[in-house]
Structures are given as C-alpha cells and as structure tokens.
Design a protein around this ligand. Structure first.
Ligand SMILES: Nc1ncnc2c1ncn2[C@@H]1O[C@H](COP(=O)(O)OP(=O)(O)OP(=O)(O)O)[C@@H](O)[C@H]1O
Length: 325
C-alpha cells in the first residue's frame, strides 16, 4: 500500500495560486549522483502536463518529491500554493498520487479497497462517496470482485478511483497506463480530460507518444535534467530537426551505416518507411547520398514527430554527458 497521508494537515491550497506546481532547483542525489538535477517545473491549474523521459531519467523521483513522499536535497517552490518543503502533509491531502505499480489490496474487493481509502482520508459520507466513485469510473458491475482478480485495465480504473476519492486538486500519475490495452487507455485519457476541465491539474508520466500528444504541454527529462518543454508543436519546432523518410525494399541493412553517419541523430522504422533525423541538413544529405542512388528507394523530406525529437535529444544529451545513448 503506497498511500501515505498526513492526517493532521489542516491547510488548504492557497486559492487562486498562479501555478499548481511551481518549483525551482529541485534536486535529489543518490550515491553521489544527482538523479534529479536542479530542475524547474511550472504547471498552471487545470493543465495536463506530460512528463516524458527514458527509463531511469528521474520522473518517479521528481513526482515523489512533489507529493512529499521523498525529501529533496535542494529546491524551493510551491505545490497548490503551499511551500512544498514545509507543508508536505497538507499537500499530500490535496494530491492524488497514482503509483507505477498497483498499490491497493489484492485480497479486498473494489468496494472494500475504496472504502478503506475513504477511511484513511477520514471522508464523511463514506458510502455515498464510494458509490459516486464506483459510478464515475464505471466500476459498479465489479464492485464485489477481488482486486487481485481484475485485468490491468480494471485495476487502473480502480487506482484512479482511489486517488480521486478525496477530491484532490492535483493528480500526479506515474505511468498510469503501462500495460493497459488501447481502449482502456483511451477511456482513461477521456477521464483525465474531464478532470482537467473541472480544474484539476495533472502531471502524468508516460512512455507512449500517442499519450504525449493528448497533453496540453510536455516536459522531457533525461539524466535528471529537463531537455525540452512546451506544447508538442513548440518542442518539435525548437528541436530544429531535418527529417527524411525513405521507403523501398531491403532498407534494414542500411540502418547501421545510417546510425553511425556523422550528424545523424535518429534512425527509426515507421511502418514501411525509415525516418532519418539530423540537425545539420548538409550532414543528413551526405548520410543519405548512397541510398538516394539506389534503384527503388524513394526519399522525401518528412515532418519530424515527437519520437524523432526525443530520440535525437537523447543522442545529443548522451554526447554532452559523455555516456552511451
Ligand atoms: N532509493 C534509491 N536509491 C538509489 N538510487 C535510486 C533510488 N531511487 C531511484 N534511484 C535511481 O535514480 C534514477 C532515477 O530513477 P527514477 O525511478 O526516478 O526514474 P524514472 O524516470 O521514473 O524511470 P522509469 O521510466 O524506468 O520509471 C535511476 O537511476 C534509479 O536507479
């Protein structure tokens, strides 16, 4: 069970705060290594901010510091208008945190789990509150089923219902849809957008590009540092990438040489096409030269997508930090 609730907190979020999350210089060091390295993060109320980055880049650590489950080594700022270092308990009461791993009791039913969480939060009218949560997330038909016997999609809905029970104003969701099928993911995102329409702020980590596209804004982190932020369109424009799409037979043998070519930052297959990306257009043309001579190979400029940008950012960051991408 990962819920950790400050029962004694009486502070409410400061009304009308300009930012739901506003932290600067947030850092966490493990074993002498800054796994979150002086990051600044601002999210306005009612916005959905996607938090992206490769495995081990510091997303969970950041989320856990924001909701007061982990003490930062440095940083200052506010969550919901409250100083996030001084008022961790008060913030916890107004934040819904969904962990990466299912954090509820497998041997309790859906209803029993929700009732348990309602007790933890000392919610009044528990039965009504649980009934409403069951209805909102479409869980009534399975209310008496043990959580341990639910599929991934149902477990995820139960987790979301549990973290919404106390009417939080900020949701911190850590890879909430990992391993969940496309229909359940779509339903989940519809619900996230309904919540944002109601004014709830959402910071959600994900590895899925289609989910990134459903966020109002994105933050991309690697090696504990923020490498890009903004809307999808801004991030793509800021990256200044040149991308060419290649199609034709037997392209796979060309991939290693393309990847090794100077200036090439990303090579990826999308269906029958290869996307090759670089910042330096002349180097890209040089890398593509031999392929453009091949009979049957069609080359044309393409629009960079988020995945092209993120893979390229990692390649550049790896160069900067002197590590293997
Ligand atoms: N308690 C800990 N002690 C030591 N190192 C830790 C601890 N927790 C996390 N780390 C390290 O900090 C780094 C960042 O981890 P974190 O879980 O925040 O990454 P992440 O971006 O959430 O990754 P993923 O996408 O795989 O969930 C990793 O290298 C991880 O091994």
């Amino acid at each position: 069970m990962s819920l950790n609730i400050g029962m004694s907190a009486a502070l409410d979020a400061a009304p009308g705060a300009e930012w739901a999350i506003d932290v600067r210089g947030l850092s966490k060091v493990y074993g002498g290594r800054a796994v979150v390295d002086a990051i600044d993060l601002q999210v306005a109320p009612g916005r959905i901010c996607g938090f992206l980055g490769p495995n081990g880049s510091g997303k969970t650590t950041t989320i856990r510091m924001l909701c007061g489950l982990l003490t930062p080594d440095a940083g200052e700022g506010q969550c919901l208008g409250l100083d996030f270092r001084q008022h961790a308990a008060a913030i916890k009461r107004q934040v819904g945190y969904m962990t990466q791993k299912f954090g509820l009791y497998e041997d309790l039913s859906i209803r029993e789990n929700l009732d348990f969480v309602a007790r933890l939060f000392e919610l009044p009218d528990r039965r009504d509150t649980v009934d409403q949560a069951l209805e909102r997330l479409g869980l009534q038909s399975r209310a008496h089923q043990l959580a341990g016997s639910l599929s991934g999609g149902w477990k995820q809905r139960l987790s979301l219902a549990a973290c919404l029970l106390h009417s939080p104003r900020l949701l911190l969701l850590d890879e909430p849809t990992a391993g969940v099928d496309p229909k359940a993911r779509r339903d989940f995102w519809d619900e996230i957008h309904r919540l944002a329409d109601e004014g709830i702020t959402v910071l959600v980590s994900t590895h899925y590009m289609d989910e990134a596209e459903r966020c109002h804004e994105l933050v991309y982190i690697a090696y504990g540092k923020i490498l890009a932020r903004g809307s999808e369109a801004q991030i793509i424009a800021d990256a200044g990438l040149h991308v060419w799409s290649l199609s034709g037979p037997h392209l796979a043998p060309w991939v290693p040489a393309l990847k090794a070519a100077p200036g090439v930052l990303s090579v990826a297959a999308f269906g029958n096409a290869l996307h090759v990306a670089a910042q330096d257009e002349a180097l890209l043309m040089q890398a593509l030269g031999p392929l453009r001579q091949q009979v049957g190979v069609h080359c044309e400029p393409a629009r960079a997508n988020l995945e092209d940008v993120f893979v390229s950012l990692i390649a550049r960051a790896a160069d900067n930090f002197g590590v293997a991408a």
